[in-house]
Write a protein that binds this ligand. Structure first.
Ligand code: AMP
Ligand code: ZN
Length: 113
C-alpha cells in the first residue's frame, strides 16, 4: 500500500521519531503548527478513527497513555495541549492512516477553523 505513514512505521522513509513501541510510533510533524507538534500512529494501517475497532481496547488505552507521556516529556502538559484527529474530507484529513496530532506550546483558539 502506498501510505506515507506505513512507510514511516516501516522505516522506509525517515521521520524524526521520538518514541516507539511494539504498536505505535510518535514523530515530529514535518509542518508544525506550534512549538510542539507530534503525531502518534499505530504501526498497523488503520484508515481513520472510524476503523478504531481494528485495535484492541488495551492498545487504545496504551495509546492514550503514550499521548500523556509525550505531553509530559515535551513539557506541555501543565499549561495544556490539544489532541486532534481529523476524519475525512470536511475535517481536512490529508493522510489516510490514523494519527492523532499532539500540539502544544502556545494558546489556541476555539472553535477551530
Ligand atoms: P492531517 O491533515 O490531519 O491528515 O495531518 C497530516 C499531518 O501529517 C500534517 O500535519 C502533515 O504536516 C504531516 N505529515 C505529512 N507527511 C509527513 C512526514 N513525512 N513526516 C512528518 N509529518 C508529515
Ligand atoms: Zn498506512
Amino acid at each position: 500500500m502506498d501510505c506515507i505513514f506505513c512507510k514511516i512505521a516501516n522505516k522506509e522513509i525517515v521521520a524524526n521519531i521520538v518514541f516507539e513501541d511494539e504498536d505505535f510510533v510518535v514523530f515530529k510533524d514535518i509542518n508544525p503548527v506550534a512549538e510542539v507538534h507530534l503525531l502518534i500512529i499505530p504501526k498497523m494501517h488503520i484508515g481513520s478513527l472510524m476503523e478504531i475497532d481494528m485495535l484492541d481496547a488495551s492498545k487504545i488505552k496504551n495509546m492514550f497513555g503514550i499521548i500523556n507521556k509525550m505531553a509530559d516529556d515535551f513539557g506541555i502538559s501543565s499549561k495544556g495541549f490539544r489532541v486532534v484527529t481529523n476524519i475525512g474530507e470536511s475535517a481536512c484529513q490529508s493522510v489516510k492512516h490514523l494519527h492523532f496530532h499532539i500540539i502544544g506550546g502556545r494558546k489556541f483558539g476555539w472553535p477551530p477553523g
